[in-house]
Structures are given as structure tokens and as C-alpha cells.
Unconditional design. Sequence first.
Length: 109
Amino acid sequence: MEEVVDFNSDGTPDILWRDHKTGNNRIWFMNSDGTRSSIQNPGWFNSNFQMEEVVDFNSDGTPDILWRNQEMGGNRIWFMNSDGTLNRSQNPGWFDSRWSVIGDDFSLV
């Protein structure tokens, strides 16, 4: 198990599973009675990618997932949708392994 977060904004925590050997990922969308409503297979990353942050990057009310390649410095964001689907980002930038990730709302209002 990698993370427990309400990925589809239905009020019930969901479970992100990751196979660290193969890089395969699964999201179990959970119901309030403890059953699964669906399983999303959003894809895989090689084992160099690690989940770094779960933050609502696009301010749509649904948590998104930032993945980072620890070896190469590449980054990917999965923009989650409230219907359980996701939109994958292009690489938002490359930073070598000396850089750390801190996710927050840094907008100046």
C-alpha cells in the first residue's frame, strides 16, 4: 500500500497500491461500507519513480499525485478527476536528486 487518500472526492478514503518491483499501480475506490466500487489501473512507472506528494495541484477539489524519478530527476503529475479517471501530465520539469519536493499552495493572493 502506497497511500490512503480520497482520490475521487466522494468522502471515503481510497487506496493506492504500488508494486515497487514492477512499478505497476492500482487505485481501489472505496465505498463507505468498506467495499470497493471500482479498481483503476492508472498505469505504471519503473521502480525509480516514487510517489512524492498528494496535493490538489490544479485546484479542482480532488487530490492529484506527483511522481518523481529519483535517479533521473523526471517528474510526472496525475491530475485526478472526481469520476475516478485521471489526466496524465507531461513532465513539468527536471531536477536532479539534490532537489527535494514540497507541495503546497504557494499562490500569492
